[in-house]
Design a protein around this ligand. Structure first.
Ligand code: FES
Length: 118
């Protein structure tokens, strides 16, 4: 059974924006909020050249990377054609307005890696 870690409240995330969740010795997680308050979580690293997706613009269920404007799907972390590549996505649970991430994923995905973005 998953263990969940509370990371913020939905209202802490800007609408059509993101909040960064810092981790020790790992790339941060970007938690996104859509116009209808759906929440998604991706590694804060674009599959192209590592751009900080948390600084992109959310539209629909996608985010536009701030570096070269690739469109990344929030549900799967994958670039939309003709671009290719995926960044890891994280499981998410919202309970009474509180956003939770899966503890095992937080402690394993992209651990020990650093962001390539500069
Ligand atoms: S780094 Fe995201 S589009 Fe290039």
């Amino acid at each position: 059974m998953s263990q969940w870690k509370s990371v913020c409240r939905i209202e802490d995330i800007p609408v059509l924006g993101a909040r960064r969740i810092q981790r020790n010795n790992a790339v941060a997680v970007a938690v996104f909020r859509t116009a209808d308050d759906t929440v998604f979580a991706l590694l804060d690293r674009c599959p192209h050249k590592g751009g900080p997706l948390s600084q992109g613009i959310v539209f629909g269920e996608s985010v536009a990377c701030p570096l070269h404007n690739w469109t990344i799907g929030l549900a799967d972390g994958c670039a939309r054609s003709p671009d290719e590549g995926c960044t890891p996505h994280f499981s998410i649970k919202v309970d009474a307005g509180v956003v939770h991430l899966d503890l095992d994923e937080l402690n394993s995905i992209a651990l020990g890696e650093v962001s390539a973005a500069t």
